[in-house]
Design a protein around this ligand. Structure first.
Ligand SMILES: *[C@@H]1O[C@H](CO)[C@@H](O)[C@H](O)[C@H]1NC(C)=O
Ligand SMILES: *[C@@H]1O[C@H](CO)[C@@H](O)[C@H](O)[C@H]1NC(C)=O
Ligand SMILES: *[C@@H]1O[C@H](CO)[C@@H](O)[C@H](O)[C@H]1NC(C)=O
Ligand SMILES: *[C@@H]1O[C@H](CO)[C@@H](O)[C@H](O)[C@H]1NC(C)=O
Ligand SMILES: *[C@@H]1O[C@H](CO)[C@@H](O)[C@H](O)[C@H]1NC(C)=O
Ligand SMILES: *[C@@H]1O[C@H](CO)[C@@H](O)[C@H](O)[C@H]1NC(C)=O
Length: 517
């Protein structure tokens, strides 16, 4: 039965005692009377004003499987009273209440719990034994609380653990070699100073560590910090890890020791044999050791945006599996020939490296696989762009915010679908090139160029094609229109405002003025 959103201030009387589901969410219920619903399996009391649930109120709900108490004002830490004798309870939600402490007695009579969400509370203490005995527990959400240390993690049964947005400085797993079932661990938005000590034998696939302070504690490399802190702990084998997010930390260099499983020796290291997606955006990286990179045998996406790395001359160490590489904003000075050779890059961003010199042959080896190339904000001039090779797979090109006045002919090699030439110094575009590109081109971003309307043959060609011109200088998500309806956009800009007779505009030399799109 659904009674949600009915302005109720108490539970309706005379409920059919046979009901199995009762939804009382989004009301103003503050007090409950004892519920006599022996068949009830699902109870939703979320979004009410419950501040106290007295002992015995839920006593007769012996079949209850799902209980939702989210978004109330429960703060009395007497939760164990309403979880009495709930041996069938499978899911408990208490998101958005005011619990401060979890006691070991809390779940002693609800041992079948499989999923618990107590996120967005004020929990700063969890007594030992609170979750350990819940052997069915798979999903535990404790995000947005006040937890500061995870000193002895031993929940081997849990598959998904969310500790995001607490104040966690350390995460250390109990020293044991038994298998932990953990697959997803979210420790993002905390105050971690070190790489967490995750279970030695694990099935971790997703590890979220973004927005922490890893690497800030000393200038030394991460692994030596960790080694010295936990000298007795053998670091974990992260053999199943697919996604590692370390963005927005303080890493300056990565020199994790790498060796094959079979090698022996005193070194401790982290293995990332299955890693597909490594996000290192916005650290302070100046150095990543080549052996570390070449040991990433499955890597597909590598995000190094907003660091200070300079690519080496040869890409032997970049995995063959690498598809997406983001090097935006690294202050890169020089790209040598063959920098990416050996990879099969599909997308590459070199944006915002204003002093970048791309030597001829810099894209050698990837010119046949690249589908997306971003070379915006690199002070590129047309003569330098001429060295771009023929790229027969390229569908997306961003050359915005440069100093270009011509599009090189070599681009007619590419089946371009979208091109962004905003904020350059184009006075005109080559009409025959536009015609050649129009076979595939669907979107063109052109605003922010000092086009001269006396040379408008390109506009007429554009007008005949299906190309959508985005002339909005902003994000590009507005001002979408087909070429036929583009022209009113032109008049909205620059010195053309007020000009309604667009036909006249097309008659060369009749109304001749510069305009900016
Ligand atoms: C309350 O939780 C149950 C499952 O535990 C869920 O089915 C229900 O949608 C939740 N209610 C709201 C309003 O989110
Ligand atoms: C718990 O529930 C069972 C089964 O309904 C019942 O027999 C028993 O008396 C209850 N125990 C308590 C302490 O309420
Ligand atoms: C963990 O919780 C945070 C805060 O609610 C949420 O933003 C994040 O998506 C969750 N993490 C995962 C892996 O679901
Ligand atoms: C990593 O975290 C950042 C910051 O929260 C986010 O923008 C990015 O999408 C995440 N990347 C992955 C692969 O999870
Ligand atoms: C980029 O070009 C502009 C204009 O020519 C120049 O002022 C600026 O110094 C250049 N920036 C770099 C980093 O070379
Ligand atoms: C091209 O790069 C600029 C940054 O220089 C960005 O603002 C713009 O959104 C990109 N264009 C497209 C179509 O994504």
């Amino acid at each position: 039965q659904s009674w949600n959103n009915r302005n109720l201030s108490s539970i309706p009387v005379d409920l059919d005692i046979r009901i199995r589901r009762l939804d009382l969410s989004n009301n103003f219920i503050r007090q409950l009377h004892k519920l006599e619903l022996p068949c009830l399996e699902q109870l939703d009391l979320s979004n009410n004003q419950l501040d106290l649930i007295s002992e015995g109120l839920f006593e007769n709900l012996v079949r209850l499987e799902q209980l939702n108490l989210s978004r109330n004002e429960l703060n009395n830490n007497l939760a164990e009273h309403y979880l009495r004798n709930k041996s069938a309870l499978d899911q408990l939600k208490m998101t958005g209440n005011a619990l401060t402490r979890l006691s070991h007695k809390l779940f002693t009579e609800s041992k079948s719990l499989r999923a618990i969400a107590i996120d967005d509370n004020l929990i700063s203490e969890i007594e030992e034994g609170t979750f350990e005995s819940l052997i069915q527990l798979e999903v535990l959400n404790l995000a947005k609380n006040n937890l500061a240390h995870i000193c002895d993690f031993k929940l081997r049964q849990v598959k998904f653990l969310n500790l995001s947005r607490n104040s966690v400085e350390f995460f250390v797993t109990h020293e044991d070699s038994r298998l932990y079932r953990l697959e997803v661990l979210d420790l993002s938005h905390n105050k971690l100073l070190y790489f967490p000590i995750v279970p030695k034998t694990n099935r971790l696939r997703y590890l979220y560590l973004q927005n922490n302070m890893i690497g800030s504690y000393s200038e030394a490399a991460l692994v030596s910090e960790t080694n010295s802190l936990y000298s007795e702990i053998t670091l974990s084998l992260l053999l199943s890890l697919e996604t590692l997010n370390l963005s927005y930390n303080c890493l300056q260099s990565i020199i994790w020791d790498v060796r094959n499983d079979s090698d022996s020796g005193p070194l401790r290291q982290l293995f990332f044999r299955s890693l597909k997606h490594l996000d290192l955006q916005s650290n302070r990286l100046v150095y990543i050791s080549p052996p570390f990179l070449s040991a990433l045998a499955q890597i597909e996406r590598l995000n190094l945006q907003d660091n200070s790395v300079q690519p080496c001359t040869s890409a032997d160490h970049l995995g063959r599996t690498l598809k997406h590489l983001n090097l935006k904003g690294n202050g890169i000075k020089m790209l040598q020939p063959n920098t990416f050779q050996g990879t099969s890059l599909v997308s590459l961003s070199l944006a915002k490296n204003p002093s970048l010199v791309m030597q001829e042959g810099a894209l050698e080896g990837v010119q046949t696989t690249l589908q997306s190339l971003i070379i915006s904000e690199i002070n590129l001039t047309s003569s330098r762009l001429l060295s771009l090779p023929c790229m027969p797979a390229l569908t997306h090109l961003n050359v915005s915010n440069n100093l270009l006045d011509t599009i090189p002919r070599s681009l007619s090699c590419s089946p371009l679908r979208e091109i962004d030439i905003r904020h350059n110094v184009f006075i005109t575009l080559n009409p025959s090139l536009i015609r050649a590109l129009s076979t595939n081109l669907t979107v063109m971003h052109i605003s922010g160029n000092p086009f001269n309307c006396c040379d408008n043959r390109w506009l007429m060609v554009l007008n005949e094609t299906e190309i959508t011109v985005k002339s909005n200088p902003g994000t590009g998500s507005h001002g979408v229109s087909s070429a036929a309806t583009t022209l009113p956009h032109l008049e909205a800009c620059g010195r053309l405002s007020g000009q309604h007779d667009m036909q006249a505009f097309f008659k060369p030399h009749q109304h001749c003025f510069d305009f900016k799109l």
